[in-house]
Design a protein around this ligand. Structure first.
Ligand code: PEP
Ligand code: MN
Length: 474
């Protein structure tokens, strides 16, 4: 079981769940050789910084926000979509920082979240049975374009690069500045109560920033005046995706020296420099609920990379299986290495979470616990659209917080599918039911834009942010 020498391709000797069958393997090899020579998207020092920050999250010194689309699409790679998504993540984290008075670690499901696991290899479209859509990096949404095409992996690499480049640009040119939270645009939020609550926070923040400037801090933080960047202008932001397409992940796995500044012991033993395998396609990768078999290819691949990783934990996970999995992927029980993303469903969480928490506590594994209240709560509306009920999402989230307290544990973060995407008239999407905008079943079809799972829209996401923030205030 997952023992022996690890190499970036040792996963190839294991069965890979959700495998994609390429009709032309030689074409795939050519594309992978090309990707193997392209530069990394993220750096070892960024990955180490995230590991360190997740260690802080695990010790309850910070809170983790993991959020973004279920699946990105190549067509949605636009300035508007990227900046709306980053703006929503920043607004959400501002509400949490203000309420919980804890630093927030932000990881987007962005710049590479293209591949999707599917419950069935084929799907019915009209009266045709076609290969299921597996995400833009595999095949097309168009039912006539369902043959897996390796060129899409290359396109995924370049769309990820473009997205990441734009995020880096936004974050280093003042977009994230806490001095201008109003730039993150609340203009389309129609609920007066929600707007008021957010404006109360930004006003409080403006006062606090004004005060710090008066007493001499943050003087240099203004871009407009050509000042150097201050701590309030720039935020850390990390990227993530499900590590599903192992051919692609392997091609971007590179060996590098572990940055000395992040490992205190490395300084003491400078020669030979320790190296590690970093997956350079994203800072954080997770194993999905459908690909976490103990002797499967995905677990084998994940055990050898140095990146912090997530593991989706659903209702079919046995207590002892969870511990065996942790033993495989975190042999040295290192803090910040593993984040457990629980996703049972509001009706099932009571039967599973407490057992999982107690088993992990008994094992001595340090883990970050975050709640994904989305994936166990998907349903089909009467019109046939896949949706989620806001009330059910909140129910799983509040049960999760309660069960952690009952087990003498603490919820360290949330994992959400949300979007700040607006249509041409400036209206947000209508994919999940309820929330302060009271979205009804009849309204679902108005602006249903997801081609994968339904996402919380801007208003519904802020509703969740206030709920979590209030919980930590009390
Ligand atoms: C997802 O996060 O989009 C997903 C498919 O989740 P899970 O593996 O938990 O079903
Ligand atoms: Mn999803």
């Amino acid at each position: 079981m997952s023992e022996g020498t690890w190499t970036p391709d040792s996963w190839r000797s294991r069965p890979a769940a959700q495998d994609v069958e390429y009709p032309d393997r030689e074409h795939l090899s050519r594309v992978l050789s090309k990707i193997r020579n392209l530069p990394p998207l993220v750096t070892p020092s960024e990955i180490e910084r995230l590991r360190h920050q997740l260690g802080q999250v695990q010790r309850n010194e910070a809170f983790l926000l993991h959020a973004g689309d279920c699946a990105e699409s190549f067509d949605a790679c636009t300035h508007e979509n990227i900046s709306n998504k980053i703006g929503l993540i920043l607004s959400f984290s501002l509400i949490l920082i203000w309420g919980a008075r804890l630093p927030i670690v932000r990881i987007g499901r962005i710049a590479g979240q293209y591949a999707k696991p599917r419950s069935s290899a084929t799907e019915k479209i009209g009266d045709r049975e076609v290969t299921s859509f597996r995400g833009d990096n595999v095949n097309g949404l168009d039912p006539n374009d369902r043959t897996p095409d390796p060129e899409r992996l290359l396109s995924a690499y370049f769309h990820s690069t473009t997205t990441l480049n734009h995020i880096r640009g936004l974050l280093t040119s003042g977009f994230a500045s806490l001095n201008h939270p109003r730039d993150w645009s609340l203009s389309h939020v129609r609920s007066p109560a929600l707007r008021e609550e957010f404006e109360r926070i930004t006003e409080g923040l403006s006062d606090a920033l004004g005060f710090t400037r008066t007493i001499g801090y943050g003087k240099d933080s203004s871009y407009e005046q050509g000042g150097r960047r201050g701590a309030l202008d720039e935020v850390d932001f990390y990227t993530s995706h499900e590590g599903l397409m192992l051919d692609y992940e392997e091609a971007l796995t590179r060996t590098f020296p572990i940055p000395a500044s992040t490992i205190p012991t490395v300084k003491l033993f400078p020669r030979p420099k320790p190296t590690a395998f970093y997956n350079t396609s994203a800072h954080f990768l997770w194993i999905g609920d459908r690909t976490r078999q103990l002797d499967g290819a995905h677990v084998e691949y994940f055990r050898g990379i140095r990146n912090p990783i997530g593991i989706k934990v659903g209702p079919s996970m046995k207590d002892e299986e969870l511990i065996r999995l942790l033993d495989i992927v975190n042999v040295d029980k290192e803090s910040g290495r593993v984040t457990l993303i629980t996703r049972y469903g509001a009706g099932k969480i009571d039967n599973h979470l407490a057992g999982h928490i107690r088993a992990v506590q008994a094992s001595g594994h340090p883990v970050v616990w975050i709640c994904d209240p989305m994936h166990g709560n998907t349903l089909t509306s009467s019109s046939g659209l896949k949706t989620r009920n806001f009330g059910t999402i909140i129910s799983e989230l509040t049960s999760c917080m309660r069960i952690h307290s009952e087990c003498d544990s603490r919820l360290n973060g949330v994992s959400l599918e949300f979007t700040g995407e607006l249509n041409e008239e400036g209206f947000s999407v209508t994919e999940c039911l309820g929330g302060s905008m009271e979205l009804s079943e009849e309204q679902l079809g108005l602006r249903y834009q997801s081609f994968c799972d339904p996402r919380l829209n801007f208003e519904q996401s802020l509703d969740v942010a206030f709920l979590v923030s209030n919980y930590f205030k009390n």
